[in-house]
Design a protein around this ligand. Structure first.
Ligand SMILES: [Zn+2]
Length: 75
């Protein structure tokens, strides 16, 4: 099973801020078979890491996101 929760990092350790900081996900590069995201510290805007997402992962993630709308709670 895929772990969709790990698709987005919510916070990473920042050396400048000397603590774990919330990060902002920024689309850095789009390639035919993958996308590369940059994680920027919301405190000092340093790049704390990058993540490559393959086309297959993107399809799965988008499908998961599309199916988790408000209708999910309509019971
Ligand atoms: Zn920082």
């Amino acid at each position: 099973m895929q772990q969709f929760e790990s698709f987005r990092a919510s916070s990473l350790y920042c050396q400048k801020c000397s603590k774990a900081m919330p990060v902002r996900e920024k689309l850095l590069l789009v390639l035919p078979d993958k996308e590369i995201y940059d994680y920027l510290c919301t405190g000092c805007a340093s790049s704390l890491g990058q993540r490559e997402v393959t086309a297959g992962e993107l399809m799965v993630a988008r499908a998961a996101r599309a199916s988790s709308g408000p209708s999910r709670f309509r019971i």
